[in-house]
Ligand binder design. Sequence first.
Ligand code: CMP
Length: 139
Amino acid sequence: MTTNRTFTMIKPDAVAAGHTGAILKMIEEAGFRIVAMKKTLLTPERAGQFYAVHAERPFYKDLCAYMSSGAIIAAILEKDNAVADFRKLIGATDPAKAEEGTIRKLYAKSIEANAVHGSDSDENAAIEGSFYFSHTEQF
Ligand code: CMP
């Protein structure tokens, strides 16, 4: 089943570099509606919980440190075919492999500091959205 929602974070490197507005503009111009959004700081423990699926990966510890190094923007987005369309908009995980015009090609610094997160499935979009937002915070 495909749902019409996905979840994103604008990551610490992109927030610190002042790219929040430009990235949100690209997201809205691509037809996504912002259902919920907040600027917040992850502790290393919370970052670890969010990325628990990667706990066995060699980059996990660095990823948790990086994701808690500065403010992030968390948001739930709505659009038909949201998960797949958003992954197309952000481009490949490694910005060196991302297509021209994608958010990561434009704003990511490295495979780790890759500017944005996008859910990889409808199931994870729902889990990740509820990690940050209660039902009454989603409009
Ligand atoms: P994201 O799409 O948020 O999902 C997992 C994150 O781990 C990914 O973006 C990157 O920030 C990071 N990541 C994935 N692969 C690597 C890697 N090979 N080296 C370092 N960080 C990585």
